[in-house]
Design a protein around this ligand. Structure first.
Ligand code: SF4
Length: 348
C-alpha cells in the first residue's frame, strides 16, 4: 500500500523509526522509495558559488562567515557571462539542474538585476535553475520566480531547539518565513539540514519533523554531513557516526516520500559503499562535479563510475533535459565502466 503523505509527525514516532533495527529501517525506506521513484535513477545537479565568503552571518559550521578565519578567498558577485560559461560546461557534462549560491544574509535590491540575468541565461540553456541567496522577501521571491527560477534553497539547518547553538544572527522563524515566501511565489522549495554538529538524536528527529510538517514537503531535501573546516568553531567536532547518517537519510525518505533526498556536503568523506547504502536508504539526488560551495566534491567521473557500478542512471527531467544532455551523461556512465578508471573506494 502506498505510504500516506503526512504533515503531523510527532517526535516520538520519528524516534521510533530511528530506533528500528538497521535492516528493518532500510527495508521500510526502500519500500517507500520504490512506491514513489525509480530506485535506479538519481537526479544530478551542479552547484556553483557565484559569490564566495565575507558573509555577515555567524553559522558556526560555515567557512564563508566573515567572523571566522578560514583562509577562504573572498570574491565579489561573479559576472553574468562567467556564470553562464560554467552553466554551459555543467550542461555539457550532463547536469540537468544548475544551482547558484551566494554567501549573503539576503540579496540587496542592487544585486537583483544581475541575478535575474543569470537565471534567464541559465534557463535559455534549457537547464533547471536553483539559487541560494539567503533570506528573501515576498517581493524578491516573486521577482525571481518571474525571471524563471525553478528552485530556491534555504535550509532549516537543525531542530528549533538546537538552532540557537548554531546561529544567532537570524532566527528559525526567519528561515520559515523565507520558505513561506518562496512557496507562495510558486517556486519549488529545497530545504534540509546538517548533521554532525554536536546535536542530540532528538535534534535530528526535530529537524526532520520541522521539514516533514511544513504545509508542503520541500521538493528537495539536502541532508548534509558536517564538513569540519579549520578556523570555524566546529573544526574539532567529533566524527559523526556513518550509520546514524544513513539512518537520517532513511527516515527522511519515509517522512517525505515524494521529495528528492539529496546527499550533499560531506560526500567526499563517504566511501562508495556508504554512498551506495545512502542510495538504498532513499537518497536520489547528488551534486555532481564542480565544488560544493567551498568544499571539495568527488570528481564528476568518480560519481559516474559509481553510477555505472550500481546500475544507476541520471534522472531525466521531463521538459528540461534534452537529447544532448542525456547522451552526454550516458556516454560518461559507459566510459566510466572501463576498469582502468576504477579507483579504490576504501581510500576515496
Ligand atoms: S551558511 Fe550561508 S548564511 Fe550562514 S555564514 Fe555561511 S554563507 Fe552565510
Amino acid at each position: 500500500m502506498q505510504a500516506a503523505i503526512r504533515h503531523d509527525w510527532s517526535i516520538d514516532e520519528i524516534q521510533k523509526l530511528f530506533k528500528l533495527p538497521f535492516n528493518d529501517l532500510l527495508f521500510k525506506a526502500q519500500t517507500v522509495h520504490r512506491q514513489n521513484f525509480n530506485p535506479n535513477e538519481v537526479q544530478v545537479s551542479t552547484l556553483l558559488s557565484i559569490k564566495t565568503g565575507a558573509c555577515p552571518e555567524d553559522c558556526k559550521y560555515c567557512p564563508q562567515s566573515a567572523r571566522y578565519d578560514t583562509g577562504l578567498d573572498k570574491e565579489k558577485l561573479m559576472e553574468v557571462e562567467a556564470v553562464l560559461e560554467k552553466a554551459r560546461l555543467a550542461k555539457k557534462n550532463g547536469s540537468t539542474r544548475f544551482c547558484m549560491g551566494a554567501a549573503w544574509r539576503n540579496p540587496k535590491d542592487r544585486d537583483i538585476p544581475y541575478i535575474v540575468k543569470m537565471i534567464e541565461g541559465v534557463r535559455d540553456l534549457n537547464l533547471e535553475t536553483c539559487m541560494t541567496l539567503g533570506m528573501l522577501t515576498k517581493e524578491q521571491a516573486i521577482t525571481l520566480k518571474q525571471a524563471g527560477l525553478d528552485y530556491y534553497n534555504h535550509n532549516l539547518d537543525t531542530s528549533p531547539e538546537f538552532y540557537g547553538e548554531i546561529i544567532t544572527t537570524r532566527t528559525f522563524k526567519d528561515r520559515l518565513d523565507t520558505l513561506e515566501n518562496v512557496r507562495a511565489s510558486g517556486m519549488k522549495v529545497c530545504s534540509g539540514g546538517i548533521v554532525g554538529m554536536g546535536e542530540k538524536a532528538t535534534d535530528r528527529a526535530g529537524l526532520l519533523r520541522s521539514l516533514a510538517n511544513l504545509e508542503e514537503h520541500p521538493d528537495s531535501v539536502p541532508i548534509n554531513m558536517l564538513v569540519r573546516v579549520e578556523g570555524t568553531p566546529m573544526a574539532e567536532n567529533e566524527d559523526f557516526d556513518h550509520f546514524e547518517f544513513i539512518k537520517t537519510i532513511a527516515v527522511a525518505r519515509i517522512l517525505m516520500p515524494k521529495s528528492h533526498v539529496r546527499l550533499s556536503a560531506g560526500r567526499t568523506e563517504m566511501n562508495e559503499q556508504m554512498q551506495a547504502l545512502c542510495f538504498f536508504a532513499g537518497a536520489n539526488s547528488i551534486f555532481y562535479g564542480e565544488k560544493l560551495l567551498t568544499t571539495e566534491n568527488p570528481e564528476a567521473n568518480h560519481d559516474m563510475e559509481l553510477f555505472g557500478k550500481l546500475g544507476i542512471e541520471p534522472e531525466k527531467r521531463h521538459g528540461y533535459s534534452d537529447e544532448v544532455t542525456e547522451a552526454a551523461l550516458l556516454e560518461t556512465v559507459v566510459e566510466s565502466q572501463e576498469p582502468a578508471l576504477f579507483y579504490d573506494a576504501a581510500v576515496q
